[in-house]
Design a protein around this ligand. Structure first.
Ligand SMILES: NC(=O)C1=CN([C@@H]2O[C@H](COP(=O)(O)OP(=O)(O)OC[C@H]3O[C@@H](n4cnc5c(N)ncnc54)[C@H](OP(=O)(O)O)[C@@H]3O)[C@@H](O)[C@H]2O)C=CC1
Ligand SMILES: O=C(CO)COP(=O)(O)O
Length: 332
């Protein structure tokens, strides 16, 4: 179905996905901001800045011209959620054929509007087909051919099959679903719990506490995600509990690393600056906290992370307040 693709973003995830789909397609164009990074990718078939040890197939080239996305039949959005609307508007002003399929790979919702990335992309390209990809997909592992699975959210069956075929490799298995909202919400909300799990580890809590936290996080994610438009079963799938487990327990998770630094007493600014990559949970703690308030949802874990990140509440006090809330049944 697809012969070529453009990947917007030459960061970790763009590089990992180029590594996968570059083997399947005639040409994959990575479109970034830094001409030196692009030149090195073209010369050495490696990204010097992100996942520099991963080799990129010969079919992968790089550049900085957004307009060149129009030459491909699929465009992947692998940029931070905070950059999505601006990039969509720029690309829409340059123009894309209406057959070009658009695949959102970012995990978060927009601050202020609460909109999901697929909606923002669809607004910019009302006639183009839009799909999403999510799951337990750490770029570091994908780029070294460690096995994983993903779910493709798409309402058009033919496109879903085409994307499923594209994202099928000996070490990469993909599933399809038409619950785009549920898939995007799981991927966005879990970032906050990865920060929470990192904070718990940084505070020196044990395995029992972190298992309890992640279990209650799943209940909270499902409750909030359903209130925001997802289907309940999607949160027990790859983009829900699958990604929650990956990010809450993996040393690769940037969100977990930010949380860990906070638990150890570092400031949010230091934690984010020392990362040098995007940790979507930081802006998404604000956007999802706001969406939860607007929906009237009960979200004690998200509220605690929000208080630590944005209201200067010491992590140990937030933990104590979480544990000392009024008792309640496990399922309600
Ligand atoms: N890394 C992972 O394992 C996974 C990441 N994702 C999601 O993919 C998205 C991208 O993450 P990831 O690749 O890891 O992030 P990185 O921090 O590794 O890279 C971000 C990329 O986006 C570019 N970028 C940053 N700001 C802008 C902007 N304002 N306009 C255009 N481009 C910009 C950066 O350019 P520059 O290098 O020039 O700064 C860089 O190429 C996130 O939503 C993340 O949640 C999803 C699954 C897995
Ligand atoms: O979403 C991810 C893996 O599925 C990446 O998580 P981090 O952004 O926390 O590294």
């Amino acid at each position: 179905m697809f012969k070529s693709a453009a990947i917007l973003g030459t960061g970790s995830f763009g590089t990992a996905l180029a590594h996968i789909i570059g083997r399947q397609l005639d040409s994959v164009a990575m479109i970034g901001r830094d001409p030196d990074v692009a030149a090195t990718i073209n010369r050495d078939h490696r990204n010097p800045r992100y996942l520099s040890s991963a080799s990129l197939p010969e079919s992968v080239t790089a550049g900085t011209e957004l307009a060149s996305a129009a030459e491909h039949d699929l465009v992947l959005f692998c940029i931070p959620t905070s950059a999505t609307r601006g990039t969509v508007e720029k690309l829409a002003s340059l123009g894309l054929p209406k057959e070009t399929a658009l695949l959102s790979c970012a995990k978060g919702i927009e601050r202020g509007t609460g909109e999901r990335m697929s909606s923002i992309i669809q607004q910019g390209f009302p006639d183009n087909p839009v799909a999403v990809l999510s799951g337990p997909n750490h770029a570091e592992e994908i780029a070294t051919d460690l096995a994983t699975c993903a779910v493709i959210g798409c309402r058009d069956e033919e496109l879903a099959c085409g994307l499923q075929q594209l994202f099928t490799a000996s070490h990469f298995r993909s599933y399809t679903s038409d619950d785009i909202a549920g898939i995007e919400l799981g991927g966005a909300i879990k970032n906050i719990y990865a920060i929470a799990a990192g904070i718990a580890a940084g505070l020196g809590l044990g395995d029992n506490a972190i298992a309890a936290l992640v279990t209650r996080a799943l209940a909270e994610m499902t409750r909030l995600g359903v209130q925001l438009g997802g289907r309940v079963e999607t949160f027990s799938g790859l983009s829900g509990v699958g990604d929650l487990i990956a990010t809450c327990f993996s040393p690769h998770s940037r969100n977990h690393r930010v949380g860990n630094a906070l638990g150890e007493g570092k400031t949010l600014e230091d934690a984010v600056n020392s990362l040098g990559m995007v940790a979507e949970g930081v802006p998404n703690t604000q956007s999802i906290y706001e969406a939860a308030r607007a929906a009237g949802a009960r979200t004690p874990i998200i509220d605690a992370v929000y208080a630590i990140l944005y209201e200067d509440m010491p992590a140990a006090r937030a933990l104590s307040e979480l544990l000392n809330r009024d008792p309640r049944p496990e399922t309600d």
